[in-house]
Design a protein around this ligand. Structure first.
Ligand SMILES: Cc1ncc(COP(=O)(O)O)c(C=O)c1O
Length: 388
């Protein structure tokens, strides 16, 4: 089956003579058994039946199957948030003294978590520029365990040469983990390029309607799935059935939405680039994006996230976020509605000018998440809010 079909057709638990077309919400924390041995068995593995929702739940399992099929993995573990997925995989696989390689352009929460693991548990982290896969071999030590990448990196849309970086990670014997939140399995399936584990914040495009908080881990192999499932279950980071149900609904229309997110981002990126108030635009689909050539190699489209720098700096950035009427000033992204944020004065306000610059964020940088509205309405809104 092709991705559009995989997204729509979700396996549902059967009834005796028929089955529901949509996945029911199994809003149960506890499941009753006739046989004590069957209960004991169900506690020991994710696929021995349903005993307790923190271990496994039929609605959550339907989402896990839907996502595993879409990403081309063997199984998935859904979590209470994207952060639950990230902490789940890091805490399940790292010990103190281990060394991690991570690209330096990363979701801020991942960066904070790696730094915390480093300060409190002695996990060492080396950050890579992400421009040359040879950086992996050059940074590897005998204690290096894990390579952590993002397909399209938050916040500035950096795209590493994923197949080459994954190959370098595998050659060094590392566990390779890729956060695929911005690209989604519609634009890239990292497991096809050699990733061991794929991370998602389902809060973003998978849910897609700004109404659910969730996350997921998708695995290339069964042993890793079982190991990480055990830790996520022990951490208590498991997904709630209602959140899983909303996410299943979201994922069924993900292919259609991603088409429109990408198409809107393409139009907005080109129009912003021509506007005199805009100094530069970064969208991986534009020929002037530093990673455009690399992105063309493994992304089937270039995503709904774009970043632009205003000539007027900090004041212009703040003024734009105040001046928009249709687009929303909001920290999160990936919903059906267009949102934007001025990182220097909000999400990244704790960083000084040097740190901002190192992260590719200027005083006048704005990050925009293109929604699925009629793009002409979004452009009219941005145009009236941009300085003349
Ligand atoms: C790329 C990426 N990964 C992970 C997360 C964390 O997800 P959540 O907020 O669902 O915990 C985010 C949130 O912004 C993100 O942008």
């Amino acid at each position: 089956m092709r991705p559009f079909t995989r997204a729509v057709h979700v396996p549902v638990p059967p009834l005796p003579n028929s089955r529901p077309i949509s996945v029911p919400i199994y809003q149960a924390s506890n499941f009753a058994f006739d046989d004590p041995d069957a209960l004991a068995e169900a506690l020991g593995a994710p696929d021995n039946g349903f005993v307790y929702t923190r271990y496994a739940n039929p609605t959550v399992r339907a989402l896990e199957d839907q996502l595993a099929r879409l990403e081309g993995g063997v199984a998935a573990v859904c979590t209470a948030s994207g952060t639950g997925a990230i902490s789940g995989v890091l805490l399940a696989t790292l010990r103190s003294g281990d060394h991690v390689l991570a690209q330096n352009c990363l979701y801020g929460g991942t960066y904070a978590m790696l730094n915390d693991l480093s300060a409190r548990f002695g996990v060492e982290v080396t950050y890579l520029e992400g421009d040359d896969p040879a950086e992996v071999a050059a940074a590897v030590r005998p204690t290096t365990r894990l390579l952590y990448l993002e397909t399209i990196a938050n916040p500035v849309t950096k795209v590493v040469d994923l197949p080459a970086f994954l190959a370098a990670g595998k050659a060094a014997g590392l566990l390779t983990v890729v956060d695929n939140t911005f690209a989604t399995p519609l634009l890239c399936r990292p497991i096809e390029h050699g990733a061991d584990v794929v991370v998602h914040s389902a809060t973003k495009y998978l849910g897609g309607h700004s109404d659910v908080t969730g996350g997921a881990l998708v695995f290339a192999d069964d042993a890793r799935y079982r190991q990480v499932w055990h830790h996520v279950m022990e951490l208590g980071a498991t997904a709630d059935p209602f959140a899983a149900w909303l996410t299943i609904r979201g994922v069924q229309t993900l292919p259609l939405r991603m088409r429109q997110h990408c198409a809107n981002a393409a139009v907005l990126a080109d129009r912003l680039a021509e506007h005199p108030a805009v100094a530069s635009v970064r969208w991986p689909g534009r020929a002037d994006h530093p990673d455009h050539g690399v992105a063309r190699g493994h992304l089937s489209d270039f995503g709904g996230m774009l970043v632009f720098d205003l000539v007027g700096g900090r004041e212009a950035g703040r003024a734009l976020t105040k001046g928009v009427r249709l687009a929303k000033l909001a920290a999160s992204l990936g919903g059906v509605e267009t949102t934007l944020v001025h990182p220097a004065s909000s999400t990244h306000r704790q960083m000084d000018a040097d740190a901002l610059l190192a992260a590719g964020i200027g005083e006048g940088t704005v990050r925009l998440s293109a929604g699925i509205e009629d793009v002409e309405d979004v452009w009219e809104d941005l145009d009236q809010a941009l300085p003349l």
